[in-house]
Design a binder for this molecule. Structure first.
Ligand SMILES: Nc1ncnc2c1ncn2[C@@H]1O[C@H](COP(=O)(O)OP(=O)(O)OP(=O)(O)O)[C@@H](O)[C@H]1O
Ligand SMILES: [Mg+2]
Length: 319
């Protein structure tokens, strides 16, 4: 290149000057670019730091807010527990205290019934006294259910486990329920069952489950219907089915009817004889035995089949 410039006739110092100027321009250009880049990096760093600080401030504000909310929730939770305890106590006191006057009313009514024999011209009195007895029976049942619910809610619903023959329990419940079934011309049948099954459970509570299921089946079935019970052993469980020819239960109601106070749309007249508590208590009892309970029904007018199973041998209890 030098030889080329010399060939053009430029003196050497011009040539050197030109080269130096070129180098200087290049160097200044680079420095300027580097400065610009440095500036851009510093600005980005600064913006980034500012963003982080803002986020940290926002976050600490939210953490403070959350801590405040947790504190408030704790207080509301404590208050809810306190109120729930008061409600349970109130329910059990009311149920307990109402039972005593009810027992007196029942006792006096029975005495009056004996003092007013039918053939003594007191037929209307007998009907009235009978109605009083029926009403007090219903109230007694409600009191018992409310006490069970309050015990369930306060965690005091304890089971008394003992071994007993299941068939004997079914016989006892059937003897009691046959009277109600016959009043409606309903046949209560038991079939396909083993007689020698011993189960480890709370006899009183399991009879409560059966009484409620059979009681419902009788209450919701039309006159002249059939109710059948069958049970068998499946591995470690006793499985029991109760089938009726009643109004049936719509699919979307089949879980809800086990909730407290829920009554399905079917069988409206029969519902007037209850409060929607029986099944929720029955399910609690079965769950407390580590068992399961559910219902199947093909729909309205198709009858229902209630099903439950209980472990035959002792298991760790849930309640
Ligand atoms: N066998 C049945 N056939 C049709 N519907 C039923 C049957 N058993 C229960 N049900 C429905 O489930 C609802 C809840 O039943 P549950 O036994 O809990 O209450 P209840 O019988 O109405 O009142 P309670 O048992 O408190 O006296 C009933 O109101 C009814 O709508
Ligand atoms: Mg019931």
């Amino acid at each position: 290149m030098i030889a080329y410039i010399q060939a053009l006739g430029y003196p050497t110092y011009y040539m050197t000057l030109t080269i130096l100027l070129l180098l200087l321009t290049y160097w200044l250009g680079r420095r300027l670019t580097m400065r610009k880049m440095e500036h851009a990096v510093k600005k980005a760093e600064h913006d980034y730091q500012e963003q982080i600080t803002n986020l940290q401030m926002e976050l600490s504000g939210k953490v403070n807010m959350l801590e405040g909310m947790v504190e408030k929730l704790k207080l509301s939770n404590q208050e809810l527990n306190r109120l729930s305890e008061i409600r349970s106590k109130f329910m059990s006191i009311v149920a307990h205290d109402l039972r005593q006057p009810l027992t007196s009313i029942q006792g006096f009514t029975s005495v009056l019934m004996m003092d007013n024999p039918k053939d003594g011209g007191g037929n209307n009195d007998q009907i009235a006294l009978n109605n009083i007895l029926k009403a007090t029976d219903n109230m007694n049942q409600l009191m018992a259910d409310l006490m069970d619910i309050s015990m369930i809610e306060s965690g005091k619903f304890k089971m008394d486990f003992k071994e007993f023959p299941f068939n004997q329990l079914v016989e006892d419940v059937f003897t009691l329920q046959q009277v109600n079934a016959q009043k409606k011309g309903i046949s209560l049948i038991k079939y396909e069952y083993p007689t020698d099954v011993l189960i480890y459970a709370d006899r009183f509570r399991i009879s409560q489950v059966l009484n409620n299921l059979i009681g419902n089946a009788i209450k919701f079935s039309p006159e002249g219907g059939h109710i059948s019970l069958r049970y068998f052993v499946d591995e470690a469980y006793l499985v029991c089915y109760l089938q009726d020819e009643g109004p049936g239960i719509l699919h979307h109601e089949q879980v809800k009817i086990f909730q407290k106070f829920h009554q399905a749309d079917s069988g409206k007249d029969a519902q007037k004889q209850g409060w929607g508590l029986g099944l929720s208590i029955a399910q609690e009892i079965v769950n407390a035995h580590n068992g399961d309970m559910c219902v199947t029904s093909a729909g309205l007018g198709q009858g229902s089949t209630f099903w439950f199973r209980l472990p035959i041998k002792p298991m760790e209890t849930k309640i």
